[in-house]
Design a protein around this ligand. Structure first.
Ligand SMILES: NC(=O)c1ccc[n+]([C@@H]2O[C@H](COP(=O)([O-])OP(=O)(O)OC[C@H]3O[C@@H](n4cnc5c(N)ncnc54)[C@H](OP(=O)(O)O)[C@@H]3O)[C@@H](O)[C@H]2O)c1
Length: 320
């Protein structure tokens, strides 16, 4: 099969398109012919030798968490998925090869049917970002009617799902983004959108119940500034976990609670997300699609830090 292979850690042009062995399906795995793979910041961090690079046991390797495609082999006749089903899910990269490849063999609990209303390209953008947003907003923050929540970095892959999940559950959402994304985030359900380029944006918010922090302290002390918007006992949930090693101490000093978070593959939650997409309550926004051969451009674009919604790699030829 064809795959984007990383022979050594480095810049976006470190990938090579190469022929590699197709994975052999074992145990309860499902073999999927991949149509599309979402591109996520963790892929870029790992490619550069950070992220989860320490867990890459040998190079060359194949990165990529998100996939959408068509089932080509099932583990047993009565399996709930059938050959030909359109499915999506999340890999456990780098415990095994990732989804920047024409085929993945994936455990049954990590794969489910795609939303009926999405193309495979759109579905490929959903898994890791939506599972992260669900974990932060629903599982950790317990989103509910009347809750007041700030989401920083709201216009990116995770953020645009987080805004929609929170507003679906009746949360009053404030968001930070640049000026060009303000109207769009209001359409997605944010009631207040603050331009992060304006000095003192954090002074316009107070006594919030939750901050979902998708920026951390990598830029402009965003996380630290967002902390000041919480009520006593409020909750800060932080996704860019490496950016803020003193989070616990600073939260305790401010009289608020804090936790980091790590996303995990979860087909059951993805099936719930698929229903919200099919009912029209949640949408996925694709900023740009790249052919697999242009993976360097996709990673460079992601690293610009200003993706609206998601970037996707198209892997198979369409129609599939
Ligand atoms: N712990 C986990 O399990 C986990 C899982 C997923 C993601 N993450 C981390 O969470 C972070 C967000 O992920 P993502 O996929 O959503 O990233 P992304 O899609 O690359 O985020 C891009 C967005 O960030 C916005 N942005 C840039 N600088 C900003 C600032 N100073 N303030 C507010 N917004 C800003 C941009 O908005 P503008 O274009 O308007 O500037 C853009 O829309 C990443 O660090 C990622 O590694 C962690």
């Amino acid at each position: 099969m064809r795959a984007a292979v990383l022979a050594e850690f480095g810049a976006p042009d470190a990938f090579r398109i190469a022929e590699v062995p197709t994975p052999v399906r074992i145990n309860a795995e499902v073999l999927v012919k991949v149509a599309a793979a979402g591109v996520n910041p963790i892929d870029a961090k790992t490619r550069a030798g950070k992220g989860v690079a320490d867990a890459v046991t040998s190079l060359p390797c194949i990165l990529g968490y998100d996939f959408a495609g068509v089932v080509v082999e099932i583990p047993f006749a009565g399996h709930p998925l059938n050959v030909g089903d359109e499915v999506f899910g999340m890999m456990s990269t780098p415990r095994g090869e990732g989804s920047y490849a024409e085929y993945v063999s994936v455990p049954s609990l990590q794969v489910t049917r795609t939303p009926k209303t999405l193309s495979l390209i759109e579905a490929g953008a959903v898994p890791l970002a939506a599972l992260t947003a669900w974990g932060l907003v629903v599982d950790l923050a317990k989103a509910h009617e009347g809750q007041r929540m700030l989401i920083t970095g709201a216009s990116g892959g995770v953020g645009h799902f987080a805004v929609q999940f929170a507003s679906y559950f009746g949360v009053r959402v404030a968001a930070t983004a640049s000026a060009r994304n303000q109207a769009w985030l209001r359409e997605l359900g944010a009631s207040t959108v603050l331009d992060y380029d304006l000095t003192g944006w954090e002074d316009q918010l107070s006594d919030l119940d939750v901050v979902v922090d998708l920026v951390g302290n990598t830029v402009d002390d965003t996380g630290r500034r967002a902390l000041t918007t919480l009520r006593p006992g409020g909750l800060m949930v932080n996704a860019p976990t490496g950016s803020w090693p003193t989070l616990d101490e600073e939260a305790a000093e401010a009289g608020v609670r804090a936790t980091t978070f790590k996303v995990a593959p979860d087909a059951a939650t993805l099936a719930v997300v698929a229903r919200l997409i099919d009912s029209g309550d949640v949408r996925v926004h694709i900023d740009k699609t790249f052919p697999l051969a242009d993976i360097a451009a996709a990673h460079a674009s992601l690293e610009s830090g200003h993706t609206r919604g998601k970037l996707v790699l198209q892997i198979g030829e369409l129609p599939f």
